[in-house]
Design a protein around this ligand. Structure first.
Ligand SMILES: Nc1ncnc2c1ncn2[C@@H]1O[C@H](COP(=O)(O)OP(=O)(O)OP(=O)(O)O)[C@@H](O)[C@H]1O
Ligand SMILES: [Mg+2]
Length: 374
């Protein structure tokens, strides 16, 4: 039988908050998301009282897990701006965020067993970041690397669809999650835990703690490289990544249109600002290849990304055509590099992957600057 929200609230009623008030009456509870036996919610508390709340967070998680039919529970503790802390931004204070907090200008601890973490990003949405990330990850796999993929797009996770993953991750030892294996990639996405249709109202701190948990509390195993599919833009998630893991670098995806290039510039600038090396720019939907006659048309005006890359002094990694096969394969969960490995598109992605691999090898780890915005 499906677990109901009322059952969750009834269980939480038995969990006292630090001042003795039952949790549902303590005015700290976010909306409770229940989906397929997976439960997720957050407790928003005063930053000054975080220590006192950590055992409550744990007790809430245990109480929910004890309900029959609940497969896993994720309770995040998030700090409310407290009166005293004035202009400081909200930040995650969940168990993992606290445990892994690190002072500014020090390299944050790496992920045990993971050699390199790289981000695939863009300044604006819909440029083909996720498609590029998946095919690039598969290209790296074809070069003999052991590759993981983390979907950091909490608002609109894509990996369940792009890799046709319907199964839910298993928990290990009650608290850690086992990622899903697909096409030789080790994959984790918030979309595996929450249904695509579930409307998600995430607040900044929840986004950050969800990403931190997916980085730190997943059994990633031994990986040569972890490819992170970033959400569009230059917001919280990007900064969290830069602050929570030692990023080897970022690949920026852009379309040839000018507007996208302005956004790409913003993406490049953001990573530079947090001291993360830009591994290069990929021009996606670079030109149109007619599927029937093979004629090439530069419908968006071609070559802009290459010029821009030169101007910004970052490597140009390659151009991917706008092609029906890439879209169809991508949208049906059978990425072109995995299912048409001998085709022309797979070759392009593998060439890009080879350049990325060389860039990763060459890029030294630098300490990310912690940017605190007023
Ligand atoms: N080279 C390409 N040729 C044809 N279609 C493509 C290509 N690259 C991406 N697409 C299609 O464009 C759409 C958007 O791609 P994708 O989801 O990868 O973009 P995104 O930048 O990750 O988007 P979001 O910002 O929403 O995360 C998808 O339908 C995808 O199949
Ligand atoms: Mg995407």
């Amino acid at each position: 039988m499906a677990v109901s929200k009322d059952q969750i609230l009834a269980a939480l009623a038995k969990v006292p908050s630090p001042n003795g008030v039952a949790l549902p009456d303590a005015r700290v509870l976010s909306d409770v998301v229940v989906s397929d036996g997976k439960v997720f919610f957050s407790l928003t508390v005063d930053a000054a009282a975080v220590k006192a709340w950590e055992p409550v967070r744990k007790a809430a998680e245990d109480a929910v897990r004890a309900i029959s039919g609940v497969q896993s529970a994720l309770v995040a503790l998030t700090a409310e701006r407290s009166g005293a802390s004035g202009s400081q931004p909200q930040r995650p204070v969940g168990q993992s965020a606290q445990r892994h907090a690190h002072p500014a200008d020090q390299v944050p601890p790496g992920l045990p067993g993971v050699d390199a973490v790289m981000a695939v990003a863009s300044g604006k949405g819909g440029v083909g970041k996720s498609t590029t990330a998946v095919n690039l990850a598969l290209g790296l796999r074809d070069l003999g690397l052991k590759v993981g993929m983390l979907d950091a797009d909490i608002y609109g996770p894509s990996l369940p669809k792009l890799l046709a993953i319907r199964e839910k991750p298993q928990t290990v030892g009650g608290t850690r999650l086992k990622p899903i294996e697909r096409y030789g990639l080790t994959v984790m996405s918030i979309g595996f835990l929450i249904d695509e249709e579930t409307p998600m109202i995430w607040r900044g701190p929840m986004v950050m703690s969800a990403i931190t948990q997916m980085l730190r509390e997943v059994e990633w195993g031994t990986l040569d490289v972890m490819v992170v599919d970033m959400p569009p833009g230059t917001g919280d998630a990007q900064l969290t990544m830069a602050q929570q893991v030692p990023l080897k670098g970022a690949v920026i995806v852009s379309t040839p249109q000018d507007l996208a290039l302005i956004d790409a510039r913003r993406g490049v600038a953001m990573f530079k600002r947090v001291n993360v090396p830009v591994l290069g720019v990929v021009e996606n939907m670079s030109y149109f290849l007619c599927p029937s006659c093979g004629t090439r048309s530069d419908i968006f005006g071609h070559g802009g990304a290459q010029k821009e890359a030169e101007r910004l002094g970052v490597p140009f990694l390659g151009e991917v055509p706008l092609h029906m096969t890439i879209r169809e394969k991508s949208d049906s969960g059978r990425p072109v590099v995995a299912t048409e490995p001998d085709g022309p598109h797979a070759r392009i992605y593998r060439e890009i992957a080879a350049k990325v691999r060389d860039q990763i090898k060459g890029s030294a780890q630098v300490a990310p600057k912690i940017v605190i915005e007023a």
